[in-house]
Every structure is written in structure tokens, then in C-alpha cells.
Write a protein that binds this ligand. Sequence first.
Ligand SMILES: Cc1cc2nc3c(=O)[nH]c(=O)nc-3n(C[C@H](O)[C@H](O)[C@H](O)COP(=O)(O)O)c2cc1C
Length: 355
Amino acid sequence: MYKLGDSIVYTLYGESHAEYIGGYLEGIPKGMKIDIEQINKDLALRKPSAGIGTPRKEPDEVEFLSGLDNGKATGEKIHYRIKNTNTDSSKYDIFNRTPRPGHADLPALIKFPGHKIKGGNQFSGRLTVSVVVAGSIARQFIAQYGINVGAFTRSIGNVRDEEERTFEDTVRSKDNPTRAATKELDSLMNREVLEASAEEDSVGGVVECITTGLPIGFGGTWFGSLDAEIARAVFAIPACKGVEFGRGFELTKMKGSESNDPFYYENGVRLRTNNMGGILGGMSDGAPMVFRAAFKPTPSIGKEQDTIDLKTKSDAKVVVKGRHDPCIVPRAVVVVESVTCLVIADEIKKEKLAK
Ligand SMILES: Cc1cc2nc3c(=O)[nH]c(=O)nc-3n(C[C@H](O)[C@H](O)[C@H](O)COP(=O)(O)O)c2cc1C
């Protein structure tokens, strides 16, 4: 079981080839209406897109076991689960001897005595199905406070979207299979995925997330900083290898006079630019919160790779057959949104309790 949050607490459980993947969500107020249709819409965004995702098909029907009555939260712990229907562990036996480079096999086999590779076990991207359910409930909770979270695909492989994007762009991106902001970028990114896939290879990319409606001062300080809390949750998503806020690493090449976002008044406090991604001192400065998350190329690839044979203690080769996403990025978009919603929901409740 893996936990996120202090006041709205999300607990994740399951493995990719276990009977169920599920979760608990504590702290959702009694009487809050929960729109199951919204949850199903979010889950649909996590499904692989035709042609550029894994052929593993899962119905992803959510069963609520407690905490919901007639579409409303009872105030008790919400418990839900999703059945895994498409599991064939036999193809993974080989990785107990010859671990997949780039996947969690090697450290897991060394760390956990008796560990047996079945899919991606507890490290699998499949567990994000539970994250999306909890995130969707959190999304509905934070919407009551006028806060909206949207993400889109900023880049895949060498195809990068160079335009400034808004929350509305993130909404439009959901019509495109790669979750790119425009149809043109979608077809270029699509091609990048198909080319890698044709070579039995994979590609990575960048998800950008935009949150609107955060009031000035929202967030914490030091280890409770909003950016620190979000980065922690986003880094937990399998295959995430980097998180940057605003202009991030690019800020290092700017002068202070260029990077600082100047303030002005127009129906309240405004900022002329948003180089900081909406965060100052771990709190919202009132501008949209913007961050990017880097996702590595999918580790499981059909190309032959060097590995080791743990039995003979010699060098070996491995080829990963089976059903894998040649690019994780399009499916990661809604997962990034989900953890962001969970962190913000938790922060709302913490701030309310602190008052
Ligand atoms: C939505 C999603 C889908 C994923 N699909 C796959 C996949 O099909 N094959 C694979 O090898 N890894 C996949 N991954 C990534 C692995 O789970 C991840 O790389 C692995 O657990 C090692 O963790 P790390 O990359 O964070 O170090 C996926 C990740 C996500 C978020």
C-alpha cells in the first residue's frame, strides 16, 4: 500500500497481474456529489490510443465497495477496485533470470527475496488506473473551489510544441490521440511513435500541466511547498525522470531582470510573464501553475538488449516480447493531472483545517 496526502489521503494497492488494483480515498466530505461519468471519462483518457498504445485491452470498470451512497460521499473512507482481466504472466518468467534493462526487475529481484516478475508487478503503469479514479474524485472536489487542472503533450521524441499554451488548449488536446495541442502536432507526434514502434523501439516525451484558479498564497513552505509536494507525487509516476516549474532549467541562462515576473494591477494583482510557473516561495503567486514532467522511453522494447543472466552470473541478451506502449506520454497526461488534483485537494483541506 502506498500513501499520498495528509488530510485527503489516497492509498494505492495492487499489482499488474493481481486480481484487482484499487484504492482508498479518505477525507472527501460527506454529501459531496461524485460524478461517475466524469471518472469514466478520465479513465478513458488513460486507455491506450489505437495504433500507438499497448494492445492490452482492459475494460477498467470501477467497483465502489464503500464510501459512496446514491452518488454521494458518505464521509467514510471511499474504497474502490478495478478488475485485471488481461493477465498472462508466463511470458515474464524469462525476466527472473535476465532482467529487463530500464525496468524495475533487477532492483526488485535483489531487494525482495522470492519476488517473481509478473508484468510490471507493483511498478507497473497499470496501477495508474487507480490513481486516475482517486484523481478524478479529487478533480471534482477542487472544482468546487474554482480550481481546474489540465495537461497536454508538450513533446514526443524530437517533435516539440513551441507555442505558449493555455488551460483551454489542454482541454482541446483530449481530442487528439497523442494529446498534442493541435491536429498538426498530433500527426507529427503520432508518426514519431509509429516510427519507433516499427523499429521495435520506444520514445519518451514531455507532459505539461496547467492549473488555474489557485489563490495567491496557496501552498506551504519548505518541505510542504506546493511545488515540492507536486514534484514528489509526479516523480512517483512510473517512468517520470524530471519535473520543472515555469521555465525551469532554462532560467539558469537568464538574468534576474529577464526572469522575474513583474507585477501590475488590473482587477487585482497580475503578472506580466509567468517564468516561475506560478510559484513563489512554495506558494501560488496567482498566475496559472505550470510545470512539465519528462517521461523516458518505455523500457520494454522488442529490440535485443544487453543484460545479465542471474543464474549463470554471465552476460546475456534479452528481447521483450508482448504488449507494451511504444510511448507512455499520451497515457501519462491524465495521470499527471490526477496526482496534481490529489495534491491540491489535500492542500485545500489542510489550509481549511489550519484556519
Ligand atoms: C501509463 C503508463 C504506462 C506504462 N506502460 C509501460 C509498458 O507498456 N511497458 C513498460 O515496460 N513500461 C511501461 N511503463 C513504465 C514502467 O512502469 C516503468 O518504467 C518501470 O516501472 C520502472 O520505473 P521507472 O521508470 O520509474 O524507474 C508505463 C508507465 C505508465 C505511467
